[in-house]
Design a protein around this ligand. Structure first.
Ligand code: EPU
Length: 441
């Protein structure tokens, strides 16, 4: 990260510190024990922060994860003219966002290129002010990740959108109007973008084949607190009544189901037992039964879930990633790392992103026996993994390498830590509190 980018992050999110050290060194083999607090969900907090752009009133979010993605979005909102006030209590980080003087003009920033969720500003800015201009979004290199569904949906709502020179320029001088939209795939980002736009459109918007990820329902709860009527949350058809006068909102971000799954794998691979505070096992969807089949015991208790390895040990199992409530693509890499140490073979099929096996080569450096053919990775559980020098290629690849390192013999040195920091709130610190030997060097 450049010094300039670091400065703008610190001005918008003063709790964010450039992490010292380029590498994370993990000495494996220690069982994790104790309490690991699960943070607010990365993929819920980003659309929630963007929803503040819709209203001139205050939006307060509690349980905000202190991650790099949150700091980047805070900096983007600040450059658009929003005022952000942060506070920290025993319950975690909170932010109050005031977007009464938002300037929808051109967002010329290196920051957009860093984060895919910045594309959500398109729907929210169009809705609020009739115009948005931003660079094509960045984010993890895990596939093509087009924005054609976002663009088609907004056009159906009356927006004029030009895509040229790496920029998106959207206008709706007469405002947006409600529309009946069918998504070709239940895209999470497109569903969120169209929900945000629909809030200020004239009339009713119907989003068919909408995503049903729990983060969508969390956004809907916050929009409902602002005065918006949204129905159909238990189905793939969302109906949003646009044009209601908006108030502010106070909302607590849902717990991060992907962090929960990641830490459950970490507890099981080390044969430890960890209380995942604030975790909710019912958010795992199809990943719950897959983890159980792999030998991860998740026991709901007061205040969270205890994760440990089954007395029968870890076992190979097969799964296919699917939109929610199917197995989450974001848990594919972490669970692959666990299965690399299981007894028996596993077949893992990725259907959401076409380049989401980049962690395989890194896991192989640690002794994992994995072969990729097309969209399926064939894993033969190894008796042992060994520490190695590895590179994180995306946020969940980074999580997979942390899990493998915790369960490996010897020392693993991970580079590419920006990916880890993007999605995981103080993971090294929280793991160390559970007895892991981790240090940033
Ligand atoms: N797609 C298109 N055109 C579009 C939109 C999506 O072709 O206009 C394709 C994508 O290329 C992909 C599939 O549809 O193949 C699904 O993409 P989706 O839009 O659902 O993903 P996203 O909104 O870009 C969010 C999460 C991802 C998570 C996916 C799927 C955020 C900020 N990101 O991405 O999170 O993997 O949904 O659940 O919410 C992560 O946390 O590691 C992460 C990558």
């Amino acid at each position: 990260m450049t010094d300039l980018a670091a400065l703008s992050l610190q001005s918008a999110a003063p709790w964010w510190q450039p992490q010292a050290g380029r590498a994370l060194v993990i000495r494996g083999g220690r069982p994790l024990a104790g309490t690991y607090p699960i943070s607010g969900a990365k993929n819920a907090v980003l659309p929630l922060m963007v929803s503040s752009v819709l209203t001139p009133h205050l939006v307060t979010l509690h349980n905000v994860p202190a991650s790099l993605d949150v700091a980047v979005l805070a900096a983007l909102l600040q450059r658009l003219g929003a005022d952000l006030r942060w506070s920290t209590t025993d319950e975690g980080l909170s932010v109050t966002i005031c977007a009464d003087r938002i300037q929808p003009g051109r967002i010329e920033t290196d920051l957009v290129a860093r984060m895919r969720a910045s594309v959500l500003l398109l729907g929210a800015l169009l809705a609020r002010s009739g115009e948005a201009r931003l660079p094509m979004p960045g984010g993890d290199a895990i596939g093509l990740r087009g924005i054609d569904f976002h663009v088609a949906g907004l056009r159906a709502m009356g927006a004029h959108i030009d895509l040229a020179g790496g920029m998106i320029h959207a206008r709706a001088p007469a405002g947006l109007k409600g529309a009946d939209i069918r998504l070709s795939l239940p895209s999470v980002g497109a569903t969120e973008n169209l929900m945000l736009a629909a809030v200020c459109a004239r009339g009713t918007t119907v989003i068919r084949n909408a995503a049903r990820e729990p983060e969508i329902a969390d956004l809907a709860r916050c929009l409902a607190a602002m005065g918006v009527t949204i129905t159909g949350l238990d189905s793939h058809t969302l109906v949003i009544e646009g044009g209601a006068p908006l108030t502010g909102a106070v909302h607590t971000v849902m717990p991060d189901r992907i962090e929960m799954g990641t830490l459950a794998c970490a507890a099981a691979i080390t044969d430890g037992a960890v209380l995942l505070r604030h975790a909710q096992a019912d958010l795992l969807g199809a990943a719950g039964p897959v983890l159980a089949a792999a030998g991860v015991v998740l026991e709901p208790v007061d205040g969270g879930v205890v994760a440990r390895r089954s007395p029968d040990g870890l076992a190979g199992t097969d799964f296919v990633t699917q939109p929610y409530p199917g197995f989450a693509t974001d848990l594919q890499a972490p669970v692959m790392a666990l299965l690399a140490r299981a007894g028996g073979a596993s077949a893992i099929t990725e259907t959401i992103f076409e380049q989401r096996f980049r962690h395989v080569d890194e896991l192989r450096k640690m002794g994992a026996d994995i072969t990729v053919r097309g969209r399926t990775a064939w894993v033969r559980g190894a008796a042992a993994l060994n520490g190695a020098a590895v590179t994180c290629t995306d946020v969940r690849a980074a999580a997979a390498l942390v899990i493998a390192a915790l369960g490996a013999h010897g020392e693993t040195v991970l580079e590419g830590l920006d990916h880890l920091d993007r999605g995981y709130d103080r993971i090294a610190e929280k793991l160390a509190a559970c007895g892991a030997a981790v240090a940033r060097v």
